[in-house]
Write a protein that binds this ligand. Structure first.
Ligand code: PXP
Length: 240
């Protein structure tokens, strides 16, 4: 069964709505762990719209499972990652105007910068994951850049409704997943997954981790984060 990385950014989104102290992402991480989270993920964005530097510091010292820091390859954020040393860093593209991460990294277009960043993070003992679209060129570019892990962007799959688009997106993910494994990298997937669309992705052979945030935090508003995480663990395990 794939491990579950729980993204708690939107707990901080709610806190920042009042720029106060609650709800506290550190409490959220504890609840997520008690629900069975195998990793905790936060995205320290350049504009600090939800997670703040202090959150990452505190989480690094309190989270018992591996901490995954989502980040852009920006000097300022790389310096923070090198100082705090999360277990894992997932490199993502970032645009100030986007509501959420819109697409995968264009590794081919940014190869020198990304390769340097991956080298620095890897030398510091941080496992590096590339968030990429299900595109074989990006898989090969990730291998070239030295990534140990690729996280396939499941957003287009999540947006596709049942029918030919759905089948096409699922097939693209399957083919890219196979190539990631052939290239000797770890296969992860995430973005836009929820309690009903996760099963087809969880069935991918040799999938290591699923990274899910919005659907879990949304359900947590009604049933609590611990149960929302536990429910997602059940959804992931209910695959043939
Ligand atoms: N993986 C990556 C790389 C992401 O940027 C995000 C969104 O922060 C997620 C997974 C989780 O996506 P969602 O919140 O749609 O579950």
């Amino acid at each position: 069964m794939a491990k579950l990385g729980v993204n708690i950014d939107h707990v901080a989104t709610l806190r920042q709505a009042r720029q106060g102290t609650e709800p506290n992402p550190v409490w959220a991480a504890v609840e997520a762990e008690l629900g069975g989270a195998d990793l905790i993920t936060v995205h320290l964005r350049e504009d600090r719209r939800h997670i703040r530097d202090r959150d990452v510091e505190l989480l690094r010292h309190t989270v018992q499972v591996p901490l995954n820091l989502e980040m852009a390859a920006l000097d300022e954020i790389v310096a923070i990652a090198l100082r705090i040393k999360p277990a894992m860093a997932t490199l993502v593209p970032e645009k100030r105007t986007e509501v959420t991460t819109e697409g995968g990294l264009d590794l081919a277009a940014n190869a020198p910068t990304i390769t340097t960043v991956v080298g620095k993070l890897t030398d510091a003992g941080i496992k590096c994951s590339a968030f990429i679209d299900a595109d074989l060129r990006q898989v090969h570019a990730a291998q070239q850049a030295g990534f140990a892990i690729c996280e396939l962007h499941t957003g287009p799959y999540a947006l596709a409704v049942a029918g030919s688009a759905y089948d096409r997106e699922l097939e693209r993910i399957r083919a890219a997943g196979e190539e990631i494994l052939n290239c000797g990298m770890q296969l992860n997937a995430g973005h836009g997954l929820n309690y009903t669309n996760v099963q087809a992705i969880a069935r991918l052979p040799h999938l290591s981790e699923l990274h899910i945030g919005h659907a879990i935090v949304s359900r947590a508003i009604f049933i609590g984060l611990r149960d929302a995480v536990a429910g997602m663990k059940i959804a992931i395990s209910n695959v043939d």
